[in-house]
Write a protein that binds this ligand. Sequence first.
Ligand SMILES: *[C@@H]1O[C@H](CO)[C@@H](O)[C@H](O)[C@H]1NC(C)=O
Ligand SMILES: *[C@@H]1O[C@H](CO)[C@@H](O)[C@H](O)[C@H]1NC(C)=O
Ligand SMILES: *[C@@H]1O[C@H](CO)[C@@H](O)[C@H](O)[C@H]1NC(C)=O
Ligand SMILES: *[C@@H]1O[C@H](CO)[C@@H](O)[C@H](O)[C@H]1NC(C)=O
Ligand SMILES: *[C@@H]1O[C@H](CO)[C@@H](O)[C@H](O)[C@H]1NC(C)=O
Ligand SMILES: *[C@@H]1O[C@H](CO)[C@@H](O)[C@H](O)[C@H]1NC(C)=O
Ligand SMILES: *[C@@H]1O[C@H](CO)[C@@H](O)[C@H](O)[C@H]1NC(C)=O
Ligand SMILES: *[C@@H]1O[C@H](CO)[C@@H](O)[C@H](O)[C@H]1NC(C)=O
Ligand SMILES: *[C@@H]1O[C@H](CO)[C@@H](O)[C@H](O)[C@H]1NC(C)=O
Ligand SMILES: *[C@@H]1O[C@H](CO)[C@@H](O)[C@H](O)[C@H]1NC(C)=O
Ligand SMILES: *[C@@H]1O[C@H](CO)[C@@H](O)[C@H](O)[C@H]1NC(C)=O
Ligand SMILES: *[C@@H]1O[C@H](CO)[C@@H](O)[C@H](O)[C@H]1NC(C)=O
Length: 672
Amino acid sequence: MQLNELLVAISVLSSLTATPVTAWSPTNGYTPGKVSCPEGTLLRNATGLSQNETEWLKKRSPIAKDALQEFLTRGTVNFSDDSLVKKLFSDDKNVPKVGIAASGGGYRAMLVAAGMVAAMDNRTVGANEHGLGGLLQGSTYLSGLSGGNWLTTTLAWNNWTSVQDILDHMSDTNTSSIWNIENSILSPGGNNQTATNEIFGAITKEINGKIDAGFNATLVDVWGRALSQYFFPNLPEAGAGLTWSTLRDADVFKNGEMPFPISVADGKYPGSTVISSNSTVFEFNPFELGSWDPTLNAFTDVKYLGSNVNNGESIDNGQCIAGFDNTGFIAGTSADIFNLVSSSPQGAMFGGIISSFTKKFLPNATGNDTDIGIYAPNPFKGANTMDQQYSSALSEAESLFLVDGGEDGEGIPFAPLLQKDRDLDVIFALDITDDTKDSWPNGAAMVQTYQRQFTSQGNHSAFPYVPTTEEFIKQGLNKRPTFFGCDAQNLTDLTYIPPLVVYVPNTEYSFPSNTSTFQLNYKLEDRISIIQNGYEAMTMGNFTKDSDFLGCISCAIMRRKQESLDVELPQECEQCFSTYCWNDKSTSQNSTSTATNHNGTWTNSTSATHSGSHNTTLLSSVSASATARAESVSSNSSSKSSSSKSKGAANLLNAKNTLGAFALINAIVNLL
Ligand SMILES: *[C@@H]1O[C@H](CO)[C@@H](O)[C@H](O)[C@H]1NC(C)=O
Ligand SMILES: *[C@@H]1O[C@H](CO)[C@@H](O)[C@H](O)[C@H]1NC(C)=O
Ligand SMILES: *[C@@H]1O[C@H](CO)[C@@H](O)[C@H](O)[C@H]1NC(C)=O
Ligand SMILES: *[C@@H]1O[C@H](CO)[C@@H](O)[C@H](O)[C@H]1NC(C)=O
Ligand SMILES: *[C@@H]1O[C@H](CO)[C@@H](O)[C@H](O)[C@H]1NC(C)=O
Ligand SMILES: *[C@@H]1O[C@H](CO)[C@@H](O)[C@H](O)[C@H]1NC(C)=O
Ligand SMILES: *[C@@H]1O[C@H](CO)[C@@H](O)[C@H](O)[C@H]1NC(C)=O
Ligand SMILES: *[C@@H]1O[C@H](CO)[C@@H](O)[C@H](O)[C@H]1NC(C)=O
Ligand SMILES: *[C@@H]1O[C@H](CO)[C@@H](O)[C@H](O)[C@H]1NC(C)=O
Ligand SMILES: *[C@@H]1O[C@H](CO)[C@@H](O)[C@H](O)[C@H]1NC(C)=O
Ligand SMILES: *[C@@H]1O[C@H](CO)[C@@H](O)[C@H](O)[C@H]1NC(C)=O
Ligand SMILES: *[C@@H]1O[C@H](CO)[C@@H](O)[C@H](O)[C@H]1NC(C)=O
């Protein structure tokens, strides 16, 4: 063969083999498959970042640096003195490190956070003129939880697509557009029963494939496969073979052209229903699954989940499993609130729907764990990484149980970004949780993360001081961006100086984006409007509420490095900090100090409740009139809803729809 023919042959061959073999599930479908184990142990102690993350950062840092320099230069263009920006970028070790955290809250959180992230993305039309365009390009980490994780997962595993690109294709009438959630996930074909049957039939087959191969499958598998229809509509079988570890082989990740995506889930002890600040917080990143908490203190290679191991070593003669780390399954795990819904009194009425889904997709399921993400065999079995004084339950169990990352009350995925080794200077906290009775945030997630640092499970982390949720509301901190931890000098009592937190709550500008967490379908216009409102919440109404906002964000990003270098703060930043920084004084001064800086221009309209003008979903209309029943259940129950998620269920039940809910439930059940 001539050399040129040979080369052609090789390139054809490699282009054929390059895609599936290593990156996708070895079976090319949902069923995990056997592979040989890699050299060495799959487990490591959680001491420091993984070698792989450290290597990856070397790729990412110079790219993020250039983008951040461009952003900060734009942000400070009107400053009287530009020496701070110059100084920070004259030495790599002074370049600020930025993280973004997107909270939970179902599709609401996904869409609002999409708008907020779009405001930071230089690929969004307008973001470089009246937005924070380039900040996303300048950030190093992007963490997501539950609905927020649906956003980060959608972007990252679709070749780092942009929200702008998703919007540009949203009105395509074919079903291959991302986030086409016109129909409820409970009846994905809408009025077309054949289409619904086809989709559910495919899911059933995929689930059975996993079970037949000897793995446990639960509703979380069903959930993940169903969600994938909306996140990966362009991949074969909606990404049935797409794995989380696939990202390692994607150029855009390998070359450091995107931030490091992290998904957060909570551990649940076998037989226990308690999820508290003592829960073990897990993170999935493209390399690993594990936890920094003392009850685990370990990470495992995410690619080989499902392998039978003891202390990280194969006990199957060097045979491992790959393909268990299905991307949709992990997205479903981070957003698994079934266990909560079914155990909360208000959620009792969903029991019918959940059990009918269980019967339909998992007819042979036994036991009580059908609503939990099961990672079995336990990848941490036999681990000796945990601190002796803590329970060794996580290393003794046969299965690792993971649920929604917000169930411990920490609705914003801070944990991975607070890790000292990650060394962040600032975290943008996108809070789209539904704490108030009309589904706006009230800072509860901030308070919970603040408090966790004082528990034995959380005392390896630090978080700035925050006020109570009552003060959040009283001071309007739940309606506009606020900076927490502005003065490192004030944080010296904590385990270490935490990053500055730029808190950005979901609030109303052009659209009431306080929809229910349980709303499972959204009309096209509403999706677009919610994304736009998120953009506006992130930018203070495209800077119309404060033309200095871009400069103030720049100050927040530079603050920690400016403090540690002990160089002068630009005078514009002084002004910004007096406007945007929270400190205890705001409380004692009867909570008007931040607001008065803006002469009362803050919007008052945000307290408007979500009027029934939107397309109500099957579930929200179903739920509505069951209020009376649910209340009677909850009134004689000792467990008042203790987390924002169960409050979400309560909100839903407070809706004022009195149509025939039970008839509807029956209709759904019969339909299945
Ligand atoms: C983790 O640390 C423990 C205690 O220091 C040590 O005994 C163990 O060998 C380490 N495990 C791994 C996988 O490095
Ligand atoms: C966005 O930022 C990246 C990284 O700095 C840059 O390569 C790209 O050209 C920018 N794109 C636009 C549309 O500005
Ligand atoms: C704000 O900017 C976004 C993105 O350019 C745009 O879609 C939206 O219409 C703007 N909103 C207002 C109120 O101008
Ligand atoms: C991924 O996106 C990049 C540009 O951002 C593009 O060059 C590349 O072709 C895309 N890859 C795939 C597989 O679509
Ligand atoms: C219903 O869905 C099926 C399967 O996707 C499709 O073949 C059929 O054309 C659809 N029917 C209508 C009326 O759209
Ligand atoms: C997983 O499946 C096996 C086999 O069906 C079963 O024995 C085991 O109890 C299951 N584990 C869990 C946690 O449900
Ligand atoms: C958390 O664990 C510590 C130590 O085991 C225990 O003292 C504390 O009561 C636990 N807190 C909760 C809320 O369970
Ligand atoms: C880390 O990188 C090495 C070399 O690139 C690779 O062999 C290994 O599988 C990676 N491990 C993880 C956990 O990504
Ligand atoms: C359920 O169990 C029965 C009896 O063992 C078996 O015939 C059937 O195939 C199982 N169904 C599924 C979906 O696994
Ligand atoms: C299932 O839950 C019930 C009620 O909480 C409990 O009595 C039973 O022991 C549990 N079964 C298993 C197998 O854990
Ligand atoms: C920092 O501020 C908080 C809240 O105002 C206060 O409770 C704490 O004592 C201060 N710490 C230091 C070291 O100044
Ligand atoms: C502070 O607020 C309380 C309760 O809202 C009010 O009674 C009090 O008069 C206020 N104090 C000042 C100094 O405004």
